[in-house]
Design a protein around this ligand. Structure first.
Ligand code: ZN
Length: 740
């Protein structure tokens, strides 16, 4: 995100600052997707009134109040924030309840890390109080830096530096003959979701894992450090979950079931997604003595961070002892669920959520998004009192226990799966919010819809829409798929926030929205993600908080009031077609790489291309890549394109049996799921979008086929092609029926 700072500086001399929101140009005032001409006019009037009800000073006051004590799941402050949120929702006219689940939430009893030799060092593992940040002095009840769902352990061994600790890094280690079996690895943050690092380390036989924040990533290499600047200082550390979320999120002890009294649970330490080795996050202050003590080969150029040392890979001579012990209790997670019943279609639900729990104070993550959601809900509640009750039911959710692994949302979704499968029209998610550019991710059936919304909301600093500002950024960065007009492509969703159970478990069309790109920094999951930090370096005047409320509130109101639900399937068919092209091409890339590799190895060129002092071990020959039959998938792609055009034409034609059409439109995404889920992870049912098994948050589209190809499992690839083609055909059949 930091690189956008330069962009912002350049743009600010070229563009005229806006004097504030005014009327939109006439060109965009045509009928809205799913509304008649007169309905669009009424809806736009309602939205103008909605905008006028939003106020940044409320966002500021709520942020201060909700972050005045540590508010992680199970803390007294988290419960107080839940009660406050529920009380406010009731004041605004919602039926609000606090829904409790009892979830596994380990907290540290013992954390110690010692360098035993060649010299000694005891890691501080502590973020000191800063005079400039009053919050940092509130030590009472603060969770120290740790990784939730690490194993207990007391391990001792030689250190190996593994770069980001992703599978490609272990291939490099193997070439150098470095084996991590029985060793403790140290990886830097970045390159993947953090939980991948200990998972891959354990798969390779490591007995412990240390993850540190290199200053190159979010410290002094990026900018001045806190409290002088926004970036991570010497002792700042990144907390976070290391549960194996790409297998399933939520309470590790209760996959597929809600964590309520009497539910059957895995024993805590044996739950499948609990990490098998001890893992600890540390600051770069604590990492430097450890890294400096590692010998062995110098790390490849791409592995080096910004510490003033030469990075070596090991193993040893550095030896460390890592001791971790946790309290494996359950904690109460308090979701707030607030409902505003629809006047005409009470059984069609527009769901809208943001998590409320933090690791420490969480002014940025997640309260900046939560307060925007609150003001949006307040305004919609007031509009209902003024006689503008939404036609469909709106359900707001303030999630607890997102940080340890989407527990609040996942348990609620598992609890209400059957009802949600019938009634949920869409789920709109936000999380941390900053200043800058609108990020849009989600189901591609909603791409035209959310673009239309973004076209109708103005950027608070420039006299353009938030869509055009996001477009300018994408074009500036050389994204060739973005034109001077038309819709911006929205990103497919992997994981990392509460949309996952809705989208990837139940197949509910989802969007994830938020601003960022200007307000860089390094407070993420540290004690310094405080009100003080956010007011200096975040969205300081909450202008983008209000803008987020304008975007997501509009989306919520339009979905709630549209005659014809604004799902459009040509965009989805186009993106799926592109993903099909990608996985087909990927097989050819793998074939070419395999042939090149085998020629290099068998000819002996691989050996003489090296520096002999490195004593590299030549790799094995790889099995040849067979031909893969993509015909079923190519046929399904063509049928999908035709079906999507037909149903979009029907949706655009307006009246008729709109109720039956609407049901097909919002239930269609369910048909992109398969009841058996993905290979080795049945909880993840969506066949188009999933978090990568080896990337974590990073998305894999057409995951069953793509990951089989990436893993070179050709038997599985063929089976997944047939399955995916069947899923797409079922989806197309439903659209074809609706078009008729
Ligand atoms: Zn968050």
């Amino acid at each position: 995100m930091r690189r956008f700072l330069l962009f912002f500086a350049l743009l600010s001399v070229a563009a005229r600052p806006a004097s504030g929101p005014g009327p939109m140009p006439a060109a965009v005032n045509g009928p809205l997707l799913g509304f008649s001409v007169s309905g669009s006019e009424a809806q736009r009037g309602l939205e103008a009134r909605f905008d006028a009800l939003l106020d940044p000073s409320r966002l500021d006051a709520w942020t201060r109040e909700m972050t005045d004590a540590p508010n992680y799941v199970g803390s007294p402050k988290s419960k107080a924030n839940a009660e406050m949120t529920a009380r406010l929702f009731r004041e605004w006219g919602y039926e609000a309840e606090v829904v409790r689940y009892d979830v596994l939430f380990p907290t540290p009893l013992e954390r110690s890390l010692e360098l035993l030799g060649p010299n000694g060092y005891r890691a501080k593992l502590d973020e000191p109080v800063l005079a400039e940040d009053a919050s940092s002095a509130k030590r009472d009840g603060m969770l120290p830096p740790y990784n939730a769902y690490s194993a207990d352990g007391d391990v001792e061994g030689e250190l190996v530096y593994v770069n980001y600790g992703v599978p490609a890094d272990y291939e490099e280690l193997e070439r150098l003959g470095i084996d991590v079996r029985g060793k403790i690895v140290i990886a830097r943050y970045g390159g993947s979701w953090r939980g991948i690092k200990p998972k891959v380390a354990a798969e390779h036989g490591a007995i412990g894992c240390i993850i540190y924040s290199d200053p190159r990533d979010d410290g002094y290499f990026q900018g001045d450090v806190y409290p002088e600047g926004a970036y991570r200082n010497e002792w700042g550390a990144q907390r976070g979950s290391v549960a194996d979320m790409p297998t399933y999120p939520g309470d590790p002890t209760t996959p597929f079931r809600a964590s309520k009294e009497g539910v059957e649970r895995y024993p805590a330490r044996e739950a499948p997604t609990v990490m098998k080795i001890p893992v600890l996050p540390i600051s770069y202050g604590d990492a430097q003595p450890l890294l400096a003590a590692i010998g062995g080969p110098v790390a490849p150029m791409g592995w080096r961070g910004a510490l003033p040392i030469t990075y070596h890979m090991g193993p040893g001579p550095a030896r460390v002892r890592l001791r971790l012990r946790f309290d494996w209790s359950t904690a109460p997670a308090y979701n707030v669920i607030a409902r505003l019943e629809g006047s005409e279609f009470p059984d069609q639900w527009i769901l809208r959520g943001n998590h409320r729990d933090a690791w420490v104070f969480g002014a940025g993550d997640p309260i900046s998004g939560h307060v925007a959601m609150m003001d949006e809900a307040r305004a919609i509640g007031l509009l209902a009192r003024e006689g503008h009750r939404p036609r469909r039911t709106i359900v707001y959710a303030s999630w607890d226990a997102e940080e340890p692994g989407l527990l609040g949302s996942t348990e609620w979704v598992e609890d209400h799966a059957e009802e949600l499968a019938r009634k949920a029209v869409a789920y709109l998610n936000t999380d941390s919010n900053g200043r800058g550019f609108l990020g849009m991710g989600g189901s591609h059936a909603l791409e035209p819809f959310i673009n239309e919304v973004a076209r109708d909301v103005r950027d608070p600093q420039f006299d353009v829409s938030v869509q055009d500002r996001a477009r300018a950024r994408a074009r500036f960065e050389g994204n060739r798929s973005v034109g001077v007009s038309g819709d911006l492509p929205i990103s497919p969703l992997g994981s990392g926030s509460d949309y996952t159970p809705f989208l990837q478990h139940l197949g509910i069309a989802s969007l994830n929205l938020g601003f960022g790109g200007e307000s860089g920094g390094g407070s993420y999951h540290s004690a310094y993600d405080s009100y003080e930090h956010y007011k200096r370096f975040g969205d300081v005047d909450f202008a983008y908080g209000v803008t987020l409320a304008r975007v997501v509130g509009r989306a919520t109101l339009r979905l709630a009031n549209a005659d014809v639900l604004p799902f459009r399937y040509e965009a989805l068919a186009r993106h799926v077609g592109r993903y099909v092209d990608e996985v087909t091409a990927l097989v050819e890339t793998v074939r070419e790489e395999t042939e090149r590799h085998n020629t290099l190895v068998s000819s002996g060129a691989w050996v003489i291309a090296q520096d002999p002092r490195d004593a590299l071990i030549p790799p094995d020959l790889e099995p040849a890549v067979p031909h893969v039959n993509f015909a079923p998938l190519l046929n399904a792609r063509d049928r999908l394109a035709a079906a999507a055009s037909a149903v979009d034409a029907r949706s655009g034609a307006g009246p008729g049996d709109v109720q039956a059409l609407n049901e097909t439109l919002y239930l269609a995404e369910r048909l992109l799921t398969h009841q058996d889920g993905l290979p080795r992870r049945p909880w993840f049912r969506h066949q188009v979008y999933a978090p990568g098994y080896y990337t974590g948050y990073g998305v894999k589209t057409l995951p069953g086929v793509r990951e089989a190809v990436e893993q070179r499992d050709w038997v599985e690839a063929e089976a997944q092609i047939v399955r995916l083609a069947g899923v797409l055909d079922g989806f197309s059949a439903s659209l074809e029926a609706a078009a008729r």
